[in-house]
Design a protein around this ligand. Sequence first.
Ligand SMILES: Nc1ncnc2c1ncn2[C@@H]1O[C@H](COP(=O)(O)OP(=O)(O)OP(=O)(O)O)[C@@H](O)[C@H]1O
Ligand SMILES: [Mg+2]
Length: 348
Amino acid sequence: MATRRHENMNVCDRILVGKSPLILRVKELILQIANSDLNVVLCGESGVGKELVAQALHLSSHRKDKPFIKINCAAIPTQLLESELFGYERGAFTGADKTKPGKFELAQDGTILLDEIGDMPLLLQSKMLHVLQDLQFSRLGAKGDVKVNCWVLAATNHDLEQDVRDRLFREDLYYRLNIISIFIPALRERPEDIDLFIDHFAGLFVQKIETPPFGFSTEVRDFLRQYSWPGNVRELKNTVERLMLLGDWPTVKEELMARETRRIDGHELTTHPVPPTPNELNIETPPKKKFPCLKDVKKKAVFEAEGKLISEVLRETGWNRKRASEILQISYKALLYKIKGLNLRRED
Ligand SMILES: Nc1ncnc2c1ncn2[C@@H]1O[C@H](COP(=O)(O)OP(=O)(O)OP(=O)(O)O)[C@@H](O)[C@H]1O
Ligand SMILES: [Mg+2]
């Protein structure tokens, strides 16, 4: 038992850089739950390392020699997501010319990571709930069921509790998934790890590409330690690689400072959860309710009206968002937020 714990600690240390109390707490949690098979939700801002923590959980568990399968619920359209998750039989739909197993089957005996679970459409959320309850599902177009035996991890940068309150995420699925949650703190909350990250990413980069060494001087390190890292570890990794390759510290510093200023002024959106699209609100009324509640109807109507007006103004201004925000009399930041939430795109 003690040996297994020691081995797992080594796995965690090998995978996850960091010695700050906050990251040590995450590593400790991984050790505690690695063999529990209980569903886990990993949350935290974009780029904090949720996927890496999921890998550390898998590799610390008794499933480590079995597959680790990841699916990004945000990147795949609804119809496709269902067939990706559960697979399909030959002839299940036009174009299904051969039977294909879904990610759940591929993850059999291993671990599945449902990435960006907060973006899973409501319709699929109810199917997912059944799968987690019954531990079985059927491929699209199949008669029989497939038994599921895999560890279910989910990751999100949404505030899922808020999504539940806003009826964008099913409460029953939330409780089913969120038996244990691991919150991975933003990089700015653990600046004492930044030097370790710099050395780690610089070391990895040297192995990949032969570059003359870049001296991370005290001045550079001090600056990087104090910067707020809205893109978290991913942004730090990219910055280190860029410095290693191009070595242009004054330009990099200037860009980071400009980014910081834009953020303070509130003109940059980096970590906000994406609000729902009207389409998502449309999909299904909340469980066990004959009628949608008035709040939802109101919200949907507002979304539709806002979407229409904002699209018109954007078209009119040739997608000049600064100008559009002035016409609409909302802040530039609020407009960007709405464009993202309403999923508006420029049509050239
Ligand atoms: N503790 C860590 N040790 C080493 N590398 C890390 C650590 N945390 C994050 N990284 C690296 O930072 C990058 C982003 O990590 P990851 O993809 O796991 O973040 P994420 O939280 O899943 O982001 P997103 O929400 O955007 O999907 C990856 O290259 C990952 O390897
Ligand atoms: Mg991720």
